[in-house]
Design a protein around this ligand. Structure first.
Ligand code: PMP
Length: 437
């Protein structure tokens, strides 16, 4: 049983022990749109776990695939060997990516995928005879995981605070997608494409021939759900092309259906050179991450006289059989459910229902794209983040799981959400907003 001593032994992420002892929410079951707590309460999952259980919890086909694979072969290394499902899964991913993003490398998390992508970007330029192209550029509000690379390019100073010094030769774009407070834009803001020009302005400080890559989340997720302004990504793409800089989209959240297309790049209409993914890739049933590169990047590594170059990078669990089996089954489930079209339909009601909170107490902005949503609350004077945390807790007491980053409530439900569940989530938030101080 969970005695205080047992509880002490587990240091939860993002906490030190003192905070942990406060009262963690303990879950023991999950099915469809719902979690069950250890004390038997049913909780409507407004976060798809942590932006990851896109097809809903407990999908039978995925569970069966994992079981069958575990029975057949638990593990094989990916160093000079592999197994057929790894190739089949990579191919299946390539089938649903836009453009020529057709070459997949497997990692085990979003953080590993990001670090892999950053390493690949540098290696790509080196392979093409430009070893001086090493600078990596991130952006304010960006979240790219907890590895040294991802942390270095991240735009969350709070996350970096305790761990410096981080990677050298990293710069950050200072703008965010916020067009303005109180914008209440539905979907993508019309204003703000020019913000991308900050990248061009950076060239006055850093010679463009020293810049390897720019990494952004096409829709900022953990930083508070910020959809890109119309025309913004096109402008960023154009500047990168002009200077031979690789563009990396971190699609750890937006990949695998969240925006109503397999990848966000498809909906947003701009193709990056490299995509990182994780989370929804296996419906979160087994940890996995991936890096998908386009033909240009692939050729950069492989077009030399030696053919495929040796790149000393890989993980013990790259292409783990259980993860590949889960991933392949996940894509089948997406097809069976016609999940992306279904998501696009649900996203319409999602937008309308979310924006109906405009004018409610404390609400200063509402943002949405696909099945992502954010409701930004006015911080309580002298207590930033408290109001957001209190609303989060009130929702949980009413059986709804949401998240808050400070005073911004963020939402990312399983894509199988029904209309009544959309209504329930926003009704519960509305009631909490009436009560919270
Ligand atoms: N990139 C993005 C955009 C993410 O949202 C996350 C996780 N929230 C990561 C990277 C890191 O993924 P992981 O936690 O699986 O390492």
């Amino acid at each position: 049983s969970l005695t205080p001593e047992v509880m002490e032994s587990y240091w939860l992420p993002f906490t030190a022990n003192r905070k942990f002892k406060r009262d963690p929410r303990l879950f023991s079951g999950a099915e469809g749109m719902y979690y069950t707590t250890t004390d038997g309460r049913r909780i409507l999952d407004g976060m798809a776990g942590l932006w990851c259980v896109n097809a809903g919890h407990g999908q039978r086909k995925i569970i069966e695939a994992i079981k069958a694979q575990a029975e057949q072969m638990d593990y094989v290394s990916s160093f000079s060997m592999s197994h057929p499902i790894a190739f089949e899964f990579a191919h299946a991913i390539a089938q649903v990516t836009p453009g020529d993003l057709n070459h997949v490398f497997f990692a085990n998390s979003g953080s590993e995928a990001v670090d892999t992508a950053l390493k690949m970007a540098r290696a790509y330029h080196r392979a093409r005879g430009e070893p001086g192209r090493t600078r990596l550029i991130g952006r304010a509000k960006g979240y790219h995981g907890m590895g040294w690379g991802g942390l270095s390019v991240a735009g969350m100073s709070r996350h970096r605070r305790d761990f410096g010094p981080l990677l050298p030769e990293v710069s950050h774009l200072n703008h965010t997608h916020f067009p303005d407070k109180n914008a209440f834009s539905r979907g993508r803001p019309a204003w703000g494409a020019h913000l991308a020009d900050e990248l061009q302005q950076m060239m006055a400080i850093h010679d463009p021939s020293t810049i390897a890559a720019v990494i952004i989340e096409p829709v900022v997720g953990s930083g508070g759900v910020l959809p890109p302004p119309v025309g913004y990504l096109e402008r960023l793409r154009e500047i990168c092309d002009r200077h031979g800089i690789l563009l990396i989209f971190d699609e750890v959240i937006t990949g695998f259906g969240r925006l109503g297309t397999a990848f966000g790049a498809e909906l947003l209409g701009v193709l990056p050179d490299i995509v990182t993914c994780a989370k929804g890739m296996t419906n979160a049933a087994v940890p996995m991450g991936g890096v998908i590169v386009n033909q240009k990047v692939w050729d950069g590594f492989t077009a030399g006289p030696e053919g495929t170059i040796e790149l000393f990078h890989g993980y013990t669990y790259s292409g783990h059989p259980l993860a590949c089996a889960a991933g392949l089954a996940t894509l089948e489930v997406h097809r069976d459910l016609d999940l992306y079209a279904r998501t696009r339909r649900a996203a319409q009601r999602w937008e309308d229902t979310a924006h109906a909170l405009k004018g409610d107490r404390h609400v200063i902005d509402i943002r949405n794209i696909g099945l992502l949503g954010a409701i930004e609350l006015e911080p309580r004077a002298g207590e930033p983040g408290e109001r957001g945390s209190e609303v989060n807790e009130m929702c949980f007491q009413e059986g709804i799981l949401i998240r808050n980053t400070g005073d911004t409530l963020v939402l990312s439900p399983p894509l199988i959400i029904e209309d009544a569940e959309i209504d329930r989530i926003f009704d519960t938030i509305r009631n909490a907003l009436k009560k919270v101080a």
